[in-house]
Ligand binder design. Structure first.
Ligand code: GRG
Length: 313
């Protein structure tokens, strides 16, 4: 029987949205509710998006704990059944900050994100800067609290926070963004392009899988398989992003400017459209092999790997 990914994504997204509301409620203890920073937090975090990173996290957790259905609240406390979504939401807080800062005039100077004005265009540059900064420690603290509510011990809690921060730090997303900015206006070779995107996009996507595995206290071989799956899907995601950027308009994508306008090297520019499509397919096959090798049926993870390269935005 084929996996119904549309229904799965819709149900999971709803749970993630609820978790993000809970996360913002806590974060907004800092700026008073009538401060524009609170509005910027809501604008940056609750403005749509596929919620892929939290969905990957919860799906990996479920694959490791062999729960096929979304966790029901029967038999477990409400707090415990929500906690895996709270943990997963921390990834989206980091992702949201990265988009808010990426769009700033000192970076990509974007006007449109997820079909709406970017946070700084809507609420001001200083406010967007502040909201992004609040999200970074906020995400780490939120992850720690969720891991404790899940009942994880001290070592597992430390792992969870470490995974989140390593994925988003200089060896991961921030380092990748720096390489990206440094590469603007220069033709990168294939190796540089892979290195940049393994950090900029791949690290947080891989971290999403590892976070789910750490929350499930999975064995090392399973974590290795999910790491390989994450590395493959993370790169496939970026190849697909470049294909979409080259073939779709700003209205369909809900964002501008395009990579071409920013004079960025892309998989399409470096390899050509056909070879980029071939690379994406190879990476998805590698992701599936990783699951096979660890004996993980994980139909949702398999369907998500296909979704990453077949998506429309
Ligand atoms: C100080 C150098 C420095 C960096 C700060 C700004 C920043 C940190 C990092 C930017 C990282 C970045 C923008 C990565 C892009 C990742 C990406 C492909 C975003 C689009 O992700 P989707 O398609 O978006 O999942 P939705 O809208 O669905 O959430």
């Amino acid at each position: 029987m084929s996996f119904d990914l549309d229904t799965y994504l819709e149900e999971e997204r709803l749970r993630v949205e609820e978790a993000l509301e809970r996360a913002l409620f806590r974060l907004q203890e800092l700026p008073s509710v009538d401060d524009p920073t609170a509005a910027a937090l809501r604008h940056g975090v609750l403005s749509g998006g596929k919620r892929l990173r939290p969905v990957l996290c919860v799906t990996a957790w479920r694959a490791c704990t062999e729960r096929d259905e979304p966790p029901s609240e029967g038999g477990r406390s409400v707090a415990a059944s929500q906690a895996i979504y709270d943990l997963a939401a921390a990834l989206e807080l980091i992702h949201a900050y990265s988009l808010v800062h990426d769009d700033l005039p000192c970076m990509d100077d974007a006007e449109l994100r997820r079909g709406r004005p970017t946070t700084h265009r809507a609420l001001g540059e200083d406010v967007a800067m502040r909201a992004g900064a609040v999200l970074i420690p906020g995400a780490a603290l939120h992850a720690r609290a969720a891991a404790r509510t899940l009942g994880l011990g001290g070592e597992a809690v430390r792992q969870v926070v470490g995974i989140l921060l390593e994925a988003s730090g200089a060896g991961g997303m921030v380092g990748g963004q720096w390489l990206d900015l440094r590469g603007e206006g220069r033709a990168l070779d294939a190796e540089e392009l892979d290195g940049l995107h393994r950090r900029k996009t791949g690290a947080l996507l891989t971290g999403s899988l590892l976070l789910g595995a750490a929350a499930a206290e999975a064995e090392e071989p399973v974590r290795d398989a999910l790491r390989r799956y994450g590395r493959a899907v993370g790169l496939a995601f970026q190849v697909a992003d470049d294909i979409l950027d080259a073939t779709q308009d700003a209205e369909t994508l809900g964002k501008n400017p395009s990579d071409q306008e920013l004079d960025k090297s892309t998989y399409v520019a470096v390899h050509g459209l056909g070879a980029a499509r071939g690379r994406a397919a190879e990476l998805v096959a590698d992701a599936r092999e990783a699951l096979d090798g660890a004996g993980l049926g994980a139909p949702a993870l398999r369907a998500l790997a296909d979704f990453v390269v077949e998506r429309r935005n």
